[in-house]
Design a protein around this ligand. Structure first.
Ligand code: RAM
Length: 974
């Protein structure tokens, strides 16, 4: 039987590959599609779920069978079988039929599994069923009071140790493991062991001395007063015969350590000392289950880690290390009984994203001795993480101190003023033994440089940097002929790696590291191309939801932090609407919208209540304006009202997508009224006679990130002057990007935007709000040439200026450092903030041409419109929710080739860039393939094709001298 061309791959459950320990009663089972045939598309799918993998075969005992579902758009199905049981592995198989195959003929399938966690809350449909067996474990801790007193800073510790942080508690419990057949031949063998574990604080667990899992900073950051995540580990292989030992080390982390800016004493935000919760379930072949749970039979003491704090750093005193405590055979006589805190499990939830992991190891590019015993290490890359250091000889009581910084000052010393109160210092105190490895376990720093003192000769192979971040599978790659732009893309990627640490943070280095909503909102489109961030943002949307205020406001940071509870800044709080909408468009999972819709509606209603005349001038919180924009500030009401209109429209679209038509209508009407108010209030037109008039609102141009290019380019409109209050770049950008202007004003506004950009350099005068919109809007209104000019600019403000001065990540400010002015005020000058890196989106969508239509969901209708500018080649590849999307173009002499890949079931509109539209050809390998691509029309600079799924190869004349090219052809430089 021939192998079917169409096949599902990359099976995921709730956006994760084989997740262990989910508590979603109706998880989404999804897949991507691949095929070698052009025009291939799915016709139908069938999903089967069973407890035993063999049962997935035809005729097996299934738990759920979707049956054959005719749905050519499907790339997933929500589980709709009987209620899932807790702590159970489920196997599933998806079958996909191609439209090409005759009905009922062969299909291709793939299998995967998921496993439920400690509990699975019932779906509303199942209510009234038996109660879930609940957690039996108690929260336990080391008695916190004696620690602080008893373990006051040891002799010789740093002066900064007046922080009051306590040593990390150690907790252990011995238990009998799998009965050894030799001891007890009758005993039923152990078939599986699962550990369900959480901390209020951070935990690291070992079973018989072996580390359980590879999660870092677990259980991750949430508002612990609302939700505490637990993780599930398969520890079957770690359980041995005879005595076994579960051992946990705890640290303060976000729960009771220093968090946020101007951090107060530990305990100011959530809790005061770390606590631990664990259940080990040992299942035997005969079905019997034994459990080991945290309770007062555990014992505790402190050990080598004298303190561990996210901002301060970590101190290991090896003299206080407790050898062998994590393994069987250790005598824990003299340890104290653990203290039971409570048995409240109501806030426990299974984590829905992949944890932070050690994702890369980076060797130094240089190690320089700066004074006797002190070395400066340059890792060549700014990152978030920590160092791993081999120390061969350290006398008892001698100290190694590691300080971190992102940049050096003009004397080539660490520049730490911008870390504010984050000491970011790790300390190792020796015990006289040789060959030790030091790596902090419960902290991370933002750094490129480390100054290591206390080691006379530091060899470069004795130290490396370990980059930590939430494990989001990398889905995108971008390449082009300009090495500067390639490096810019790498900086953007590193900004993402360094700041996706359990939550999307603003920065990884100073005393802040908060989940600022605008930063994440403007960067999301870039982030979601670089990586599969569906699960990561599923978790953060819960943080946003948890943080909502009783009056319906979204906060400006999430998770909410006591003392940092500001709500409602325009563009910040609006992320509560913008983020779920973008996630839905990217991944096609309607739950992003259904979970968010109430919050979206409440937010729009709140602004409306405060601003009944539809101009958002009465604040519900602070206003950060176009944060860190150089030049003339954009009027606050313009930004705020634009976001009010935008959020209202997206709420309407969300309601529409969910089938709530009344809600959609109501919000569409409100959005139209806000747009009209915006135009009436902020837009004036001046005609040739010089008379200024208030503009007439008319019908509105489409929201302009991708929708406008053809008409703008093809039919220039001789409109009069259009002016927006404030006359700033960001004003025009929000108005055009959010579709606030009627057609007859939009072109004039776009022209004015271009004038302002040109007059400034060409350069941007935008901050966090405007920056992400600039290249897409200029492009959409026919000025891709200006977007390219911005990209290539090397003076302040520009993306390449920092690169020319050694940046390896995106800076918080355009001018964080300049040759003339040196460092900007240290109070706010991060060198690793991703917001200005939101240009990354246009590298994929504009430069390379990987994009989807404005109203396409999950890449069903692609739009490939590369913007070559003066580049020689560019390409991007993206693992979309539907399958691989790719575009690669290259200029050779006076020809351009464009290769495009469209996943099965999708179609694409392809604009082949050319200086002679009649020259464009699509090179089908076989005559029947040609049927899948159709020339629709030609316009200045392009020929437009409609293609079905598959791979395509276009060629076109592209002469450097012709007007569509923006300058001399760029060559690769070695
Ligand atoms: C800064 C943060 C963040 C920004 C807010 C308004 O402190 O770093 O990037 O969103 O302020």
């Amino acid at each position: 039987m021939p192998v079917p061309a169409l096949r599902p791959y990359a099976l995921r459950c709730d956006h994760r590959t084989t997740p262990l320990g989910i508590d979603e009663p109706a998880p989404l089972l999804s897949w991507r599609l691949a095929s070698d045939l052009r025009g291939d598309a799915p016709a139908a799918y069938r999903v089967r779920v069973a407890e035993r993998p063999e049962a997935l075969a035809e005729g097996g005992r299934l738990l759920w069978d979707s049956g054959r579902v005719e749905d050519p758009s499907a790339i997933g199905a929500g589980y709709a079988g009987p209620a899932l049981r807790p702590r159970t592995r489920y196997h599933w198989r998806v079958e996909v039929w191609s439209q090409a195959a005759a009905a009922g003929e062969e299909s291709a399938g793939a299998v995967s599994w998921f496993e439920t966690g400690m509990t699975v809350p019932s779906r509303s449909a199942d209510r009234g069923g038996p109660d879930e067996p609940a957690w039996r474990a108690s929260w336990i801790t080391h008695d916190p009071n004696p620690i602080a007193v008893m373990d006051a800073p040891t002799e010789g510790e740093l002066a900064l140790d007046d922080h009051g942080l306590a040593p990390c508690p150690l907790l252990r419990r011995a238990f009998p493991g799998a009965a050894h057949p030799a001891d007890s031949p009758a005993a039923s063998p152990l078939v599986r062991a699962r550990l369900y574990v959480s901390a209020r604080g951070l935990y690291e667990v070992r079973l018989n001395g072996t580390r359980v899992g590879d999660a870092e900073l677990a259980p991750g950051w949430t508002d612990y007063t609302r939700r505490v995540q637990y993780q599930t580990y398969d520890v079957t292989e770690l359980v041995g015969p005879g005595e076994n030992v579960l051992a946990a080390t705890l640290a303060d982390g976000w729960w009771s350590g220093f968090v946020g800016f101007e951090p107060r004493r530990a305990g100011a935000h959530y809790g005061t000392f770390p606590q631990f919760l664990a259940e080990l379930h040992l299942t035997h072949a005969d079905g019997s289950v034994r459990t080991v749970v945290t309770d007062d039979t555990w014992v505790t003491r402190t050990g080598a880690i004298r303190y561990a704090d996210l901002l301060r750093g970590e101190c290991h005193d090896l003299r206080q290390a407790v050898d062998g405590w994590e393994s069987p055979g250790y005598d824990d006589d003299g340890w104290s009984p653990a203290l039971v805190v409570d048995a409240d499990h109501r806030l426990l939830v299974a984590s829905v994203d992949e944890p932070v992991r050690a994702m890369a190891e980076i060797r130094p590019v240089s190690v320089t001795r700066v004074s006797p015993g002190t070395h400066l290490v340059d890792f060549g890359q700014n990152l978030a993480g920590r160092i791993r250091l081999r120390v061969d000889d350290l006398a008892a009581g001698a100290r190694v101190v590691v300080r971190h910084a992102e940049v050096l000052d003009d004397k080539q010393r660490l520049y730490t003023a911008n870390l504010r109160t984050a000491a970011a210092t790790d300390v190792l105190i020796g015990d006289g033994r040789r060959h030790r490895t030091f790596e902090p376990r419960f902290t991370y720093h933002g750094f490129r440089y480390a100054e290591i003192s206390g080691i006379p000769e530091l060899r470069s192979d004795a130290v490396l940097a370990v980059a930590l971040h939430s494990d989001t599978a990398w889905t995108g790659s971008f390449d082009c002929s300009d090495p500067d732009i390639r490096r810019l893309h790498a900086c953007v990627e590193w900004g993402q790696r360094s700041n996706f640490v359990s939550v999307p943070t603003d920065c990884p280095q100073r005393d802040e590291r908060l989940g600022w909503l605008a930063d994440a909102q403007v960067f999301l489109p870039t982030a979601a191309l670089n990586a599969d961030v569906a699960a990561f943002f599923t978790k953060w949307l819960r943080d946003i939801d948890d943080a909502r205020t009783p009056d319906g406001g979204f906060t400006n940071v999430a998770p909410r932090l006591a003392g940092v509870a500001d709500e409602g800044a325009p563009g910040w709080a609006d992320a509560g609407v913008v983020v779920p909408w973008h996630l839905y468009r990217t991944y096609g999972d309607p739950r992003f919208l259904s979970r968010a819709l109430d919050g979206m509606r409440a937010w729009v209603a709140l602004i409306h209540r405060h601003n009944p005349d539809l101009i958002w001038r009465h604040r519900v919180g602070p206003h950060f304006s176009d944060w860190l924009a150089p030049g003339v500030p954009t009027p606050r009401e313009v930004i705020a009202t634009a976001y009010f209109a935008h959020s209202t429209r997206l709420t309407a679209l969300a309601a529409e997508a969910l089938g709530h038509h009344d809600v959609a209508q109501e919000h569409h009407r409100l959005a139209a009224a806000i747009r009209a108010a915006f135009v009436a209030r902020f837009v004036t037109t001046g005609d040739a006679d010089g008379v200024e008039r208030a503009a007439d609102a008319g019908g509105t141009a489409p929201a302009g990130r991708t929708g406008r290019a053809e008409t703008a380019e093809d039919t220039p409109r001789p409109a009069g002057q259009v002016r927006l209050a404030g006359d700033t770049q960001t004003g025009y950008l929000v108005a055009l990007a959010f579709g606030l202007l009627p057609e007859h004003l939009a072109d004039g506004a776009a022209r004015r935007l271009a004038e302002l950009v040109e007059a400034a350099g060409p350069a941007l005068q935008t901050g966090f709000v405007g920056v992400a919109l600039a290249a897409p809007v200029l492009d959409a209104y026919g000025r891709a040439d200006l977007a390219h000019a911005l990209l290539r600019r090397t003076e302040v403000p520009s993306w390449l200026f920092p690169l020319r001065h050694g940046a390896t990540t995106i800076w918080e400010r355009w001018d964080g450092w300049t040759p003339e002015g040196g460092f900007r005020a240290p109070a706010m000058n991060s060198f690793n903030h991703y917001a200005l890196g939101s240009i990354g989106e246009w590298l994929y969508r504009g430069v390379a041409g990987v994009d989807q239509d404005a109203d396409s969901v999950a890449y069903r209708r692609l739009r490939v419109r590369p913007r070559p500018g003066a580049l020689g080649h560019a390409s991007a590849r993206y693992e979309s929710a539907r399958g691989t999307v790719a575009a690669a173009w290259r200029r050779e002499g006076d020809r351009l080739t464009l290769r495009v890949q469209v996943p099965p079931g999708a179609t694409a509109e392809v604009f082949v860039p050319t200086t002679d539209p009649r020259s464009v050809r699509e090179l089908a390998a076989a005559p029947e393939e040609g049927a899948h691509s159709t020339l629709i029309d030609t316009g200045p600079g392009h020929a437009r094709y409609q293609v079905a799924s598959g791979s395509y190869h276009f060629t076109a004349a592209f002469s450097p001298a012709a007007p569509t090219s923006a300058g001399p052809q760029e060559e690769d430089t070695p």
